[in-house]
Design a protein around this ligand. Structure first.
Ligand code: GZL
Length: 326
C-alpha cells in the first residue's frame, strides 16, 4: 500500500514539474529567449536633441545581447503614445518607458500598465499624476535649474543696472521641459527689476517655428529686443536666421541664450551668433537600460535618476566642440 502511495506521489510531482517547465518555455517563447523586452514610446523627431536621444536608446539596446527594444514614434501626438503603451501592455513587455509629450492625461493608460504588472520609466520629461506609483522613476534633467542657469548667464553678461527687454521662445505647450524652463528662468530674473519678458510664445521646440515666431517678435518689437531666451537650441537657431534676415546681428544686437547643447549650437557660438547654451543631456540610453535591468532584478530605483550638466559659452564652448557627443 505504502509503495503505491509513494509511486503515486512521484507521478504527481513529475506532472507538476513538466507543467512548470511548459509554462516557463511558453513564457520564454513569447519573451524572445529570455531577453529583457523594453517598450519605448518616443515623442517624435522635432529637434536635434530628440534624434540624439533616440540614437542613444536604440544604439544602447542594439549593443546589449540581453535586451530587446520595441520602439514607437508618436509624431508629437499624445494619443499615439497612449496607443503605443497599450500595444506594449498587450505584448507583455518587461518594462515600458516613454518621454511624455505633455505632463497631463496619463492616469488611465498607466493604471492599465500597473494592473498588468509592467513597471513604467519616465525618460527626459515628467508627468503630473496623483498616484505616484504609476511610474517607478524619472531619468532626466532639472529643467528649473536649466532655466535659472540661462538667467544667471544674462545677469553675469549685462549686470544689474541695465534695462533688458527679453523675448522668449517656449517649447511645446504643456511639456514639463517648457513649463519648468520658463519657471526657472522667471525665478532667475525675479530680483532684477530692469529685466522684462516683453513677449513669450511657443515655437514647439522646432527650428522652423523658432524662425517664424521670431519674425513676429521682430515685427512687433523690433530694436526694443535686447535678449532672446529659447527653451531649446533648435528654436534659437531658427530665430538666428530671422534676426539676420531682419538686418540685425545675432549674438551682438540681440544676445541669445538657449538650452540643450547640441553641436549646431556650439557652431553658432563659435560663429558669434549664439551667446550661451545650457546643456541638457539626451544620451539617456545607458541609464534607461540599466534601470530596466535593475527593475527586472527586483531592485528599487531612485525616484529621480538625475543628469549632470554644464553651461557653455565663449572659449569654454569653443574648446569643448571637438569632444561633444551629440
Ligand atoms: C528635454 C527635451 C526637450 C529638448 C528639446 O529633456 O524633452 O525636447 O530640450 C526636445 O530639444 O524637443
Amino acid at each position: 500500500m505504502k509503495k503505491v502511495f509513494v509511486n503515486l506521489l512521484v507521478c504527481v510531482m513529475v506532472i507538476i514539474a513538466f507543467a512548470g517547465c511548459s509554462r516557463k518555455s511558453e513564457k520564454a517563447s513569447t519573451k524572445n529567449d529570455n531577453k529583457i523586452v523594453i517598450g519605448f514610446a518616443q515623442i517624435g523627431a522635432e529637434s536635434g536633441w530628440r534624434t540624439a536621444e533616440t540614437s542613444s536608446i536604440k544604439d544602447t539596446c542594439a549593443n546589449d545581447p540581453d535586451v530587446e527594444l520595441k520602439f514607437s514614434d508618436a509624431q508629437q501626438k499624445q494619443e499615439n503614445q497612449i496607443k503605443a503603451i497599450r500595444n506594449f501592455i498587450a505584448q507583455k513587455v518587461d518594462v515600458i518607458a516613454f518621454s511624455p509629450v505633455v505632463e497631463s492625461g496619463w492616469e488611465t493608460v498607466l493604471t492599465e500598465a500597473k494592473d498588468a504588472g509592467i513597471p513604467v520609466i519616465l525618460v527626459d520629461r515628467g508627468i503630473e499624476v496623483e498616484d505616484e506609483s504609476l511610474y517607478t522613476t524619472f531619468i532626466g534633467s532639472d529643467f528649473v535649474e536649466e532655466g535659472k542657469n540661462a538667467a544667471k548667464f544674462l545677469i553675469d553678461h549685462f549686470g544689474e543696472d541695465k534695462t533688458v527687454n527679453i523675448v522668449e521662445l517656449q517649447g511645446t505647450v504643456g511639456a514639463s521641459a517648457a513649463t519648468d524652463r520658463k519657471k526657472g528662468f522667471e525665478q532667475g530674473i525675479e530680483s532684477e527689476e530692469k529685466y522684462t519678458i516683453i513677449e513669450s510664445q511657443t515655437a514647439e521646440f522646432t527650428r522652423s517655428k523658432g524662425k517664424e515666431v521670431m519674425e513676429a517678435f521682430l515685427k512687433s518689437q523690433g530694436d526694443k529686443i535686447d535678449v532672446l531666451y529659447a527653451h531649446n537650441d533648435d528654436m534659437a537657431l531658427g530665430a538666428i536666421q530671422a534676426i539676420e534676415e531682419y538686418g540685425l546681428v545675432p549674438g551682438k544686437d540681440i544676445i541669445i541664450v538657449s538650452i540643450d547643447g547640441v553641436k549646431d549650437a556650439f557652431v553658432a557660438i563659435k560663429d558669434g551668433k549664439l551667446n550661451c547654451t545650457v546643456e541638457c543631456n539626451p544620451l539617456l540610453g545607458p541609464q534607461l537600460v540599466q534601470a530596466a535591468k535593475d527593475l527586472v532584478d527586483g531592485k528599487t530605483l531612485e525616484r529621480w535618476i538625475k543628469s549632470n550638466e554644464d553651461v557653455y559659452y565663449g572659449q569654454k564652448a569653443i574648446d569643448a566642440f571637438d569632444i561633444r557627443q551629440y
